[in-house]
Ligand binder design. Structure first.
Ligand code: NDP
Length: 283
Protein backbone atom coordinates (compact mmCIF):
# COMPACT_ATOMS: atom_id res chain seq x y z
CA UNK A 1 0.00 0.00 0.00
CA UNK A 2 1.28 3.45 -0.89
CA UNK A 3 0.07 6.34 1.18
CA UNK A 4 -1.17 9.70 0.01
CA UNK A 5 1.17 12.56 0.76
CA UNK A 6 -0.26 15.39 2.83
CA UNK A 7 0.95 18.48 1.00
CA UNK A 8 1.75 21.00 3.73
CA UNK A 9 2.98 23.52 1.18
CA UNK A 10 -0.34 23.52 -0.67
CA UNK A 11 -2.48 23.64 2.48
CA UNK A 12 -0.35 26.41 3.97
CA UNK A 13 -0.55 28.39 0.75
CA UNK A 14 -4.34 28.28 0.83
CA UNK A 15 -4.29 29.47 4.48
CA UNK A 16 -1.94 32.34 3.60
CA UNK A 17 -4.09 33.28 0.58
CA UNK A 18 -7.15 33.40 2.78
CA UNK A 19 -5.29 35.61 5.29
CA UNK A 20 -4.18 37.83 2.40
CA UNK A 21 -7.79 38.22 1.20
CA UNK A 22 -9.00 39.13 4.68
CA UNK A 23 -6.21 41.68 5.09
CA UNK A 24 -7.01 43.18 1.69
CA UNK A 25 -10.63 43.52 2.82
CA UNK A 26 -9.47 45.37 5.97
CA UNK A 27 -7.38 47.71 3.82
CA UNK A 28 -10.34 48.33 1.47
CA UNK A 29 -12.40 49.37 4.50
CA UNK A 30 -9.67 51.88 5.35
CA UNK A 31 -8.69 49.92 8.46
CA UNK A 32 -5.18 49.33 9.73
CA UNK A 33 -3.60 46.09 8.49
CA UNK A 34 -2.11 43.71 11.13
CA UNK A 35 1.48 44.12 12.25
CA UNK A 36 3.74 41.33 13.48
CA UNK A 37 6.93 42.11 15.41
CA UNK A 38 9.57 39.39 15.26
CA UNK A 39 12.49 39.51 17.67
CA UNK A 40 15.62 37.50 17.04
CA UNK A 41 18.53 37.35 19.46
CA UNK A 42 21.95 36.30 18.17
CA UNK A 43 22.83 34.63 14.89
CA UNK A 44 21.75 30.99 15.18
CA UNK A 45 21.46 29.98 11.49
CA UNK A 46 18.32 27.84 11.99
CA UNK A 47 16.60 30.67 13.90
CA UNK A 48 17.60 33.15 11.18
CA UNK A 49 16.12 30.95 8.52
CA UNK A 50 12.83 30.54 10.48
CA UNK A 51 12.61 34.28 11.04
CA UNK A 52 13.23 35.00 7.34
CA UNK A 53 10.38 32.62 6.51
CA UNK A 54 8.05 34.42 8.90
CA UNK A 55 8.87 37.89 7.58
CA UNK A 56 8.48 36.66 3.99
CA UNK A 57 5.10 35.14 4.80
CA UNK A 58 3.99 38.39 6.43
CA UNK A 59 4.94 40.25 3.23
CA UNK A 60 2.98 37.71 1.17
CA UNK A 61 -0.18 38.27 3.19
CA UNK A 62 0.13 42.05 3.07
CA UNK A 63 0.54 42.50 6.81
CA UNK A 64 3.19 44.80 8.22
CA UNK A 65 6.15 43.27 9.97
CA UNK A 66 8.99 44.57 12.08
CA UNK A 67 12.16 42.57 12.42
CA UNK A 68 14.07 43.40 15.59
CA UNK A 69 17.57 41.95 15.57
CA UNK A 70 19.41 41.97 18.88
CA UNK A 71 22.99 40.85 19.50
CA UNK A 72 23.59 37.48 21.17
CA UNK A 73 24.99 39.18 24.26
CA UNK A 74 22.00 41.49 24.77
CA UNK A 75 21.01 41.60 28.44
CA UNK A 76 17.76 40.08 29.62
CA UNK A 77 16.61 43.47 30.90
CA UNK A 78 17.22 45.12 27.50
CA UNK A 79 15.21 42.42 25.78
CA UNK A 80 12.40 42.86 28.31
CA UNK A 81 12.45 46.61 27.64
CA UNK A 82 12.07 46.03 23.90
CA UNK A 83 9.08 43.76 24.56
CA UNK A 84 7.56 46.30 26.97
CA UNK A 85 7.80 48.92 24.21
CA UNK A 86 6.05 46.63 21.72
CA UNK A 87 3.38 45.77 24.30
CA UNK A 88 2.61 49.49 24.59
CA UNK A 89 2.67 50.12 20.84
CA UNK A 90 -0.92 50.19 19.59
CA UNK A 91 0.28 49.61 16.01
CA UNK A 92 1.68 46.16 16.90
CA UNK A 93 -0.74 43.21 17.03
CA UNK A 94 1.56 40.24 17.43
CA UNK A 95 4.92 39.75 19.12
CA UNK A 96 7.05 36.71 18.43
CA UNK A 97 10.35 36.02 20.14
CA UNK A 98 12.26 33.41 18.17
CA UNK A 99 13.37 30.56 20.44
CA UNK A 100 15.74 29.29 21.65
CA UNK A 101 17.27 32.28 23.43
CA UNK A 102 20.89 32.42 24.62
CA UNK A 103 21.47 30.67 27.95
CA UNK A 104 21.87 33.86 29.99
CA UNK A 105 18.26 34.83 29.24
CA UNK A 106 15.35 33.24 31.11
CA UNK A 107 13.06 32.10 28.31
CA UNK A 108 9.98 31.75 30.50
CA UNK A 109 10.41 35.24 31.90
CA UNK A 110 10.56 36.60 28.36
CA UNK A 111 7.44 34.72 27.25
CA UNK A 112 5.60 35.84 30.38
CA UNK A 113 6.43 39.47 29.59
CA UNK A 114 4.57 39.46 26.25
CA UNK A 115 1.09 40.99 26.49
CA UNK A 116 -1.37 38.07 26.39
CA UNK A 117 -3.39 39.61 23.55
CA UNK A 118 -0.19 39.93 21.44
CA UNK A 119 1.09 36.42 22.19
CA UNK A 120 0.53 35.01 18.69
CA UNK A 121 2.65 31.93 19.49
CA UNK A 122 0.19 30.94 22.22
CA UNK A 123 3.02 30.23 24.68
CA UNK A 124 2.04 32.70 27.43
CA UNK A 125 0.85 30.88 30.59
CA UNK A 126 -2.53 32.60 30.39
CA UNK A 127 -3.03 31.37 26.83
CA UNK A 128 -1.92 27.88 27.86
CA UNK A 129 -4.41 27.92 30.74
CA UNK A 130 -7.15 29.15 28.43
CA UNK A 131 -6.40 26.35 25.95
CA UNK A 132 -6.72 23.70 28.67
CA UNK A 133 -9.85 25.31 30.09
CA UNK A 134 -11.46 25.39 26.65
CA UNK A 135 -11.67 29.19 26.56
CA UNK A 136 -10.91 31.41 23.56
CA UNK A 137 -7.14 31.78 23.16
CA UNK A 138 -4.26 31.99 20.71
CA UNK A 139 -3.68 28.36 19.74
CA UNK A 140 0.02 27.46 19.34
CA UNK A 141 0.93 27.52 15.65
CA UNK A 142 2.42 24.04 15.11
CA UNK A 143 -0.40 22.13 16.88
CA UNK A 144 -3.02 24.26 15.11
CA UNK A 145 -1.34 23.52 11.78
CA UNK A 146 -1.26 19.80 12.54
CA UNK A 147 -5.02 19.71 13.08
CA UNK A 148 -5.52 21.57 9.78
CA UNK A 149 -3.36 19.00 7.99
CA UNK A 150 -5.34 16.11 9.46
CA UNK A 151 -8.57 17.84 8.44
CA UNK A 152 -7.22 18.26 4.90
CA UNK A 153 -7.22 14.46 4.52
CA UNK A 154 -10.95 14.20 5.18
CA UNK A 155 -10.26 11.54 7.85
CA UNK A 156 -12.54 12.08 10.83
CA UNK A 157 -10.79 12.92 14.10
CA UNK A 158 -13.91 12.30 16.16
CA UNK A 159 -13.89 8.87 17.79
CA UNK A 160 -10.46 7.99 16.38
CA UNK A 161 -7.55 6.61 18.38
CA UNK A 162 -4.84 9.27 18.35
CA UNK A 163 -1.33 8.70 19.66
CA UNK A 164 0.98 11.67 20.19
CA UNK A 165 4.64 10.75 20.66
CA UNK A 166 6.42 13.58 22.51
CA UNK A 167 5.08 15.73 25.34
CA UNK A 168 6.71 19.12 24.89
CA UNK A 169 4.84 22.28 25.85
CA UNK A 170 5.02 23.63 22.31
CA UNK A 171 3.93 20.56 20.33
CA UNK A 172 3.00 17.33 22.13
CA UNK A 173 0.84 18.62 24.96
CA UNK A 174 -1.16 21.23 23.01
CA UNK A 175 -1.76 18.94 20.01
CA UNK A 176 -3.05 16.24 22.39
CA UNK A 177 -5.48 18.77 23.88
CA UNK A 178 -6.66 19.88 20.43
CA UNK A 179 -7.24 16.24 19.41
CA UNK A 180 -9.15 15.68 22.65
CA UNK A 181 -11.27 18.75 21.89
CA UNK A 182 -12.13 17.13 18.57
CA UNK A 183 -13.25 13.98 20.42
CA UNK A 184 -10.34 11.70 19.60
CA UNK A 185 -9.28 9.18 22.23
CA UNK A 186 -5.78 10.40 22.91
CA UNK A 187 -2.70 8.62 24.22
CA UNK A 188 0.40 10.66 24.97
CA UNK A 189 3.62 8.69 24.64
CA UNK A 190 7.13 9.75 25.61
CA UNK A 191 10.61 8.44 26.29
CA UNK A 192 9.44 6.37 29.27
CA UNK A 193 6.47 4.75 27.53
CA UNK A 194 6.61 0.98 27.60
CA UNK A 195 6.26 -0.80 24.25
CA UNK A 196 6.01 2.34 22.16
CA UNK A 197 5.70 0.32 18.95
CA UNK A 198 2.51 -1.40 20.17
CA UNK A 199 1.05 1.93 21.32
CA UNK A 200 1.78 3.53 17.96
CA UNK A 201 0.24 0.60 16.07
CA UNK A 202 -3.09 1.36 17.76
CA UNK A 203 -3.18 4.84 16.27
CA UNK A 204 -5.60 5.89 13.55
CA UNK A 205 -3.83 9.24 13.85
CA UNK A 206 -0.15 9.20 14.80
CA UNK A 207 1.60 12.49 15.59
CA UNK A 208 5.35 12.23 16.14
CA UNK A 209 7.31 15.10 17.73
CA UNK A 210 10.43 13.72 19.35
CA UNK A 211 13.42 15.23 17.53
CA UNK A 212 14.75 11.67 16.98
CA UNK A 213 15.38 11.16 13.25
CA UNK A 214 13.55 8.20 11.77
CA UNK A 215 12.55 6.72 15.14
CA UNK A 216 9.05 5.73 14.00
CA UNK A 217 9.42 2.87 11.57
CA UNK A 218 6.97 1.08 9.27
CA UNK A 219 6.27 -1.69 11.81
CA UNK A 220 4.97 0.95 14.26
CA UNK A 221 2.31 2.26 11.87
CA UNK A 222 -1.24 0.90 11.64
CA UNK A 223 -2.18 0.23 8.01
CA UNK A 224 -4.15 3.20 6.67
CA UNK A 225 -3.24 5.54 9.55
CA UNK A 226 -2.71 9.29 9.23
CA UNK A 227 0.93 9.96 10.15
CA UNK A 228 2.02 13.50 11.02
CA UNK A 229 5.78 13.93 11.27
CA UNK A 230 6.63 17.10 13.19
CA UNK A 231 10.36 16.45 13.42
CA UNK A 232 12.86 18.75 11.76
CA UNK A 233 16.32 17.23 12.01
CA UNK A 234 19.38 18.09 9.98
CA UNK A 235 21.47 15.18 8.73
CA UNK A 236 25.28 15.25 8.55
CA UNK A 237 25.07 16.13 4.85
CA UNK A 238 22.75 19.07 5.56
CA UNK A 239 19.41 17.55 4.47
CA UNK A 240 16.26 17.94 6.56
CA UNK A 241 14.66 14.77 7.85
CA UNK A 242 11.75 13.95 10.10
CA UNK A 243 11.15 11.73 13.12
CA UNK A 244 9.43 9.12 10.94
CA UNK A 245 11.17 6.77 8.52
CA UNK A 246 9.27 8.16 5.54
CA UNK A 247 10.30 5.50 3.01
CA UNK A 248 9.09 2.67 5.21
CA UNK A 249 6.09 4.30 6.87
CA UNK A 250 4.68 5.57 3.59
CA UNK A 251 4.29 1.93 2.49
CA UNK A 252 1.88 1.34 5.39
CA UNK A 253 0.17 4.64 6.26
CA UNK A 254 -2.95 5.93 4.52
CA UNK A 255 -1.72 9.51 4.72
CA UNK A 256 1.68 10.90 5.65
CA UNK A 257 3.41 14.28 5.84
CA UNK A 258 6.81 14.70 4.17
CA UNK A 259 9.75 16.53 5.75
CA UNK A 260 10.32 19.15 4.50
CA UNK A 261 6.99 20.33 3.09
CA UNK A 262 4.64 18.98 5.77
CA UNK A 263 4.15 20.55 9.18
CA UNK A 264 6.88 23.22 8.80
CA UNK A 265 5.07 25.50 6.33
CA UNK A 266 1.83 25.15 8.34
CA UNK A 267 3.47 26.59 11.46
CA UNK A 268 4.22 29.82 9.60
CA UNK A 269 0.77 29.96 7.99
CA UNK A 270 -0.87 29.61 11.41
CA UNK A 271 1.31 32.42 12.74
CA UNK A 272 -0.13 34.64 10.00
CA UNK A 273 -3.66 33.58 10.92
CA UNK A 274 -3.05 34.17 14.64
CA UNK A 275 -1.68 37.64 13.94
CA UNK A 276 -4.70 38.51 11.81
CA UNK A 277 -6.99 37.23 14.58
CA UNK A 278 -5.12 39.34 17.17
CA UNK A 279 -5.68 42.38 14.94
CA UNK A 280 -9.37 41.60 14.42
CA UNK A 281 -9.87 41.12 18.17
CA UNK A 282 -9.09 44.84 18.54
CA UNK A 283 -12.08 45.70 16.35
P1 NDP B 1 11.39 18.33 22.80
O1 NDP B 1 12.81 17.92 22.76
O2 NDP B 1 10.96 19.48 23.66
O3 NDP B 1 10.52 17.07 23.23
C1 NDP B 1 10.76 15.80 22.67
C2 NDP B 1 9.75 14.84 23.24
O4 NDP B 1 9.98 13.58 22.61
C3 NDP B 1 9.87 14.62 24.74
O5 NDP B 1 8.60 14.61 25.33
C4 NDP B 1 10.55 13.25 24.86
O6 NDP B 1 10.12 12.49 25.96
C5 NDP B 1 10.06 12.57 23.60
N1 NDP B 1 11.02 11.55 23.17
C6 NDP B 1 12.35 11.69 22.94
N2 NDP B 1 12.89 10.52 22.59
C7 NDP B 1 11.90 9.62 22.59
C8 NDP B 1 11.84 8.24 22.33
N3 NDP B 1 12.93 7.55 21.97
N4 NDP B 1 10.65 7.61 22.44
C9 NDP B 1 9.55 8.29 22.80
N5 NDP B 1 9.53 9.62 23.05
C10 NDP B 1 10.71 10.27 22.96
O7 NDP B 1 10.97 18.54 21.29
P2 NDP B 1 9.89 19.50 20.56
O8 NDP B 1 8.51 19.04 20.83
O9 NDP B 1 10.24 20.91 20.76
O10 NDP B 1 10.25 19.15 19.04
C11 NDP B 1 10.16 17.86 18.52
C12 NDP B 1 10.58 17.88 17.08
O11 NDP B 1 9.70 18.70 16.34
C13 NDP B 1 11.97 18.44 16.81
O12 NDP B 1 12.55 17.76 15.72
C14 NDP B 1 11.71 19.88 16.44
O13 NDP B 1 12.71 20.41 15.61
C15 NDP B 1 10.42 19.73 15.68
N6 NDP B 1 9.58 20.92 15.65
C16 NDP B 1 9.05 21.26 14.45
C17 NDP B 1 8.24 22.35 14.34
C18 NDP B 1 7.65 22.68 13.02
O14 NDP B 1 7.25 23.78 12.77
N7 NDP B 1 7.54 21.69 12.12
C19 NDP B 1 7.92 23.22 15.49
C20 NDP B 1 8.47 22.72 16.74
C21 NDP B 1 9.27 21.61 16.79
P3 NDP B 1 10.42 12.90 27.49
O15 NDP B 1 9.44 13.99 27.81
O16 NDP B 1 10.14 11.65 28.25
O17 NDP B 1 11.85 13.36 27.53
Amino acid sequence: MNSSIIDGKAVSLSVKESVRERIAALAREGKRVPCLAVIIVGDNPASRSYVRGKVKAAEFTGMDSRLIELPGDVSESSLLEVIAGLNEDAAVDGILVQLPLPRHIDEQKVIDSIAVEKDVDGFHPENVARLWLGRPCAIPCTPKGIIRLIDSTGVSIEGSRAVVVGRSNIVGKPVAKLLLDRNATVTMAHSRSRDLAALCREADILVVATGRPGMVTADMVKPGAVVIDVGINRTADGRLTGDVDFEGASQVAGWITPVPGGVGPMTIAMLMENTLEARLAKG
